[in-house]
Design a protein around this ligand. Sequence first.
Ligand SMILES: NC(=O)c1ccc[n+]([C@@H]2O[C@H](COP(=O)([O-])OP(=O)(O)OC[C@H]3O[C@@H](n4cnc5c(N)ncnc54)[C@H](OP(=O)(O)O)[C@@H]3O)[C@@H](O)[C@H]2O)c1
Length: 328
Amino acid sequence: MRAIRLHQYGAPEELRLEQLPDPVPGPGQLLVDVEAAGVQFVETQIRAGRMAGTPLAPAALPWAPGREVGGRVVAVGSGGDAALIGRRVAGQTPSDGGYADRALLAAADAHLLPDSVETGDAVSLLGTGRTAVALVETSAIGPGDTVLVESAAGAVGALLLQLARTAGAARIVGLARGKAKLDLVRELGADAAIDYSLPGWTDQVRAAAPEGVTVALDGVGGEIGRAAFDLLADGGRFVAFGFSSGDITRTAPEEVADRQLTVSSYFGPPTGNRGPAAQRRQTAEALAAVAEGRLRPLVGRRFPLADAAAAHTAIESRETVGKTLLIP
Ligand SMILES: NC(=O)c1ccc[n+]([C@@H]2O[C@H](COP(=O)([O-])OP(=O)(O)OC[C@H]3O[C@@H](n4cnc5c(N)ncnc54)[C@H](OP(=O)(O)O)[C@@H]3O)[C@@H](O)[C@H]2O)c1
């Protein structure tokens, strides 16, 4: 089969298309003929070598990236349910290797797809859907909330705008860069769309949400995340889940206490609402919402598998909206 591998950290061009033997499913595993593989923002950071020393860095090179796949089951490991062969599933790979013609899934983590959900749409909801569901739960968005969403035209952001609305938010302010993304943010349901690459954007948020921001969802970190934190009204909730800028948002315990804020994160160890059972449920909820027409998946671009480097370049240059997929 064809698979993408990385032999040294660096530019997108380090992602090479290679021929490898098909993986062999072990007990409890499925072998899937991949129809679509998700490209995660964090994979661009890992590839560039920026995650060295963190649990996200591969244990060794070469690294075969790819955590999100969907496609048809072609084999099951010993003791597995042969009736799954031929069924369409999507799920997170147990240990990367998703940018490939074939990939393994843990049977317990594979979601059977209804006919109404296209494989690429399902893949677009794996890491992002569970994250968006978890963030809305963690921040307990409800009626009366004014929600601020960063990189709102992005893969997670596009879902957050919609889920915050479903949860009853009174006002949603989406932040993004450039007119095309701002138009999309409005189309996805934001009451206001503001360009956070322009000076004075925080004043625009204050004008759009005079009652104050009660929930800030931070996927960018750095100065943007910090400005979002500063925009929170007293008693507000801040949830950090990403650092596309390269830096996490810095806050001090005393300012959190002084303003009676709640600060939480959706990072780190697989416990609590990041544990396997919670993530499986969150993903299932996102898939069900799409199947029932309550959530619109947003796939931005689909690249051929061989063009994985171009997919990484597009994500890094902030050209993409929604989820980026590789199609074998
Ligand atoms: N904790 C988790 O389990 C989890 C799960 C999924 C994703 N994440 C993280 O959440 C963040 C969003 O993920 P996503 O897949 O939805 O990505 P994304 O939003 O589709 O892409 C990143 C976006 O961030 C914005 N951005 C702002 N400053 C940037 C900078 N300095 N460099 C690059 N991009 C910048 C860009 O949008 P604009 O051009 O509009 O600014 C860019 O398009 C990522 O950091 C990701 O790693 C975490």
